[in-house]
Design a protein around this ligand. Structure first.
Ligand code: UGA
Length: 329
């Protein structure tokens, strides 16, 4: 198969590309504005392009026309940015991705689209179910929700093209996937910026404080990146996946954010023999991210759909966090 990976230089893209190159089964083209995270990934069947797809619309068509399937990972996925630059989030996560969707429709190319767990918004049940759970966004005045809203609208457009028989697709909704190359580290005491794992890792490495936003009581399911990539690959050749959305997360790895902090502190001692001696500091969402932030207490994903294709996430929470920490250490 000819596969084009848009956004291949990001966290998930770099892991996906690495695995596809290792499997050696496909012809690959990869594109991103930076190729730093895929610098060591090489193959005679891989062509890497460093370019801004947003600034060169013809390039999108070029990749789509060449491919049997396009894997679209172009996005920002960092809550700080939703609060700071909501219009940029809309432009990239909706408008740019819409160009990709339309190009796939025009050239009859299959689309594998990365969406987000955030489209569910505030939970209304025990589990998020792909085809049943309502999408409950917060108020417009809390601009954090522009990200989930943009991704949800993109999914609705993709679904509608599928209904008209004009697009074959698979959609993934990732749940807090972590691993090597996730995010950048920050100086001690930084507010906002990267996602929670990188903040806590930075605190451990600098012996700085860990901030628990609103007490760290909300829950997330942290998923090992290797398990997530296996989930994506499980759908590649399976016709049952066509025109379906899949939760991509490990429901068994649920913890509170405080629980994640405590686990990382313990693992730091186990891995380094040193002790982190700073403290967990409670902080409001507003003070940490700025006005317009609102949090969500996510429930675990139901992953029966992906399991039915043979997928089994088998890294538990401790291994998932330990493997991610080892990379940064
Ligand atoms: C984000 C994205 O919006 C999702 O689309 C994406 O699926 C997810 O990350 C992901 O990593 O996959 P979120 O889980 O809210 O969603 O992102 P984080 O920045 O990792 O925050 C998780 C929780 O930790 C939030 O409650 C946040 O307020 C809290 N937090 C963050 C802290 O308590 N301390 C920190 O230093 C940073």
């Amino acid at each position: 198969m000819r596969l084009a990976i848009l956004g291949a230089g990001g966290f998930l893209g770099s892991h996906l590309l690495e695995r596809l190159v290792l499997d050696g089964e496909h012809d690959l083209r990869a594109v991103d504005i930076s190729a730093d995270k895929i610098a060591g990934v090489e193959s005679a069947r891989l062509e890497v392009t460093v370019a801004d797809l947003g600034a060169s619309p013809d390039l999108v068509d070029d990749f789509v026309q060449w491919s049997d399937a396009v894997i679209d990972l172009v996005a920002v996925a960092n809550p700080s940015l939703y609060v700071e630059s909501p219009l940029d989030v809309f432009e990239l996560n909706f408008m740019k991705n819409l160009d990709v969707v339309r190009s796939c429709v025009e050239h009859h190319t299959r689309l594998i689209q990365f969406s987000t767990s955030e489209i569910y918004g505030q939970p209304t049940g025990e589990r998020y179910l792909e085809d049943e759970s309502p999408l409950v966004m917060g108020p417009v005045s809390k601009q954090r929700w522009i990200y989930g809203s943009a991704k949800a609208m993109l999914e609705r457009v993709i679904h509608a093209y599928g209904l008209e028989d004009r697009l074959d697709y698979v959609v993934f909704r990732p749940f807090n996937i972590i691993g090597p190359r996730l995010d950048y580290l920050v100086p001690a005491g930084t507010l906002g910026g990267p996602r929670v794992f990188a903040h806590f890792m930075s605190a451990l490495l600098t012996n700085g404080p860990m901030h628990l936003v609103n007490g760290g009581t909300v829950r997330r399911c942290f998923t090992h990146v290797d398990d997530a990539i296996s989930g994506v690959l499980a759908t590649l050749d399976d016709p049952r996946a066509n025109r379906q959305a899949f939760n991509l997360g490990n429901p068994d790895n649920e913890t509170t954010i405080r629980g994640l902090a405590e686990l990382m502190v313990d693992l730091y001692t186990e891995l380094t023999g040193s002790h982190w001696t700073n403290e967990l500091v409670d902080i409001s969402g507003e003070a940490f991210y700025g006005t317009g932030y609102e949090d969500t207490n996510r429930v675990p994903p139901d992953v029966a759909k992906l399991r039915a294709l043979g997928w089994r996430p088998d890294r538990d929470l401790k291994q998932t966090v330990r493997d991610s920490m080892r990379y940064y250490l």
